[in-house]
Design a protein around this ligand. Structure first.
Ligand SMILES: Nc1nc2c(ncn2[C@@H]2O[C@H](COP(=O)(O)OP(=O)(O)OP(=O)(O)O)[C@@H](O)[C@H]2O)c(=O)[nH]1
Length: 328
């Protein structure tokens, strides 16, 4: 029983074919492989689309033609191509492959009577047109599914990236997300020789908030503070939750003198927050540091801002402290 089933499945592979089919098939396979290597090399991206057209039209049409037109068993593999292009390539590549194969099938159906059917079947126009029609539809459907999967894959990747780089409670960047943005900004600052200022913003006596009002209210406070900070900064500023009740804010192209009024405004706005179920106002201490010259190492700025923050806590909290110009 198993042997019969295996025989039925495998027998089409052992049909004895005329030698010209083997030669053309081998040349086609070699060409497709070379085009694949060419695309994978990424050396001539401008010619990639032309190479895909080549695979689809120049190389595949003759193969379908000599193997019995759209009735060829080979033709039934074609709907796989747009899906493969989706998995290994890009959206444009799967569209190009899909459309080219669609054209190839239409062409093979239209000129089917001119091809010798190597299986020895008598050419049947009606049957060929019907198969060509369904094959063309299947290719379009497989192209659509390929694009659909690619969109879903991109959406899911973006979602995962969002989860990996953001803090779920406040929806701000987390430390990892911040570090990535920081690297990009340092590169820009170095190129433009511009000064950046960094603020570390820490909620005062937050342990007491949790102990007195409960952890849930503590969480609500963190959300309010995050929203308040976000509302008061520019879109180009980078804000993140740096730790438990600590936030970090990078102000690109901003000197210490320009940043000071903003730091004071942030401190004031947070102290004016009205948070339900919280009896006493929240206050924050802000430690601030700027790059004296653009090549200052970022770890140095964070350490300097932390030092300023520590001083602010020691000096009574609810205040802004600055560590001035750090040498490189
Ligand atoms: N509700 C809540 N609390 C948090 C979260 N992350 C950290 N905390 C709390 O934040 C508190 C931080 O306490 P401390 O480091 O002693 O600082 P503090 O009480 O704010 O004191 P100072 O910073 O010195 O003014 C701890 O009680 C943490 O449990 C969080 O996601 N939600």
């Amino acid at each position: 029983m198993v042997a019969v089933a295996a025989g039925t499945l495998l027998s089409p592979l052992f049909i004895s074919l005329p030698s010209y089919f083997t030669v053309i098939g081998s040349i086609n396979t070699l060409l497709v492989f070379l085009v694949y290597l060419f695309i994978r090399s990424n050396r001539y991206p401008a010619y990639e689309l032309a190479a895909l057209f080549f695979i689809a039209l120049i190389s595949i049409i003759p193969l379908i033609a000599v193997s019995g037109g759209v009735n060829s068993q080979f033709a039934y593999l074609l709907p796989l191509y747009p899906i493969m292009a989706t998995l290994f390539g890009s959206k444009t590549q799967s569209i190009i492959i899909g459309i080219s194969l669609f054209i190839a099938i239409i062409a093979c159906t239209a000129f089917g009577q001119f091809f010798t059917d190597i299986t020895g079947e008598v050419y049947n126009h009606k049957k060929s047109v019907s198969r060509g029609f369904w094959l063309a539809i299947t290719i379009l459907v497989s192209m659509y599914f390929g694009l659909f999967f690619q969109n879903r894959y991109r959406e899911l990747t973006e979602k995962l990236e969002q989860l990996a780089l953001h803090d779920p409670l406040t929806e701000l960047l987390n430390r990892r997300g911040f570090n990535l943005q920081l690297e990009a900004n340092i590169a820009i600052a170095k190129r433009q020789q511009s000064i950046m200022t960094l603020l570390l913003i820490d909620i005062d006596y937050f342990k007491k908030v949790n102990d007195v009002s409960g952890h849930d209210i503590g969480d609500i406070c963190l959300k309010h503070v995050a929203r308040c900070l976000k509302q008061n900064i520019r879109q180009t500023d980078i804000l993140a939750r740096f730790g438990g009740e600590e936030f970090i804010l990078l102000l690109p192209e901003t000197t210490e003198v320009a940043a000071l009024p903003l730091a004071e405004k942030l401190k004031q706005s947070i102290s004016e927050l009205v948070i339900p179920s919280l009896n006493s106002p929240l206050t924050v201490t802000i430690g601030m540091a700027s790059t004296a010259i653009p090549h200052t190492h970022i770890d140095g700025i964070i350490k300097a801002a932390d030092k300023a923050l520590y001083r602010g806590k020691a000096n009574g909290r609810n205040r802004v402290e600055i560590t001035s110009a750090i040498p490189s």
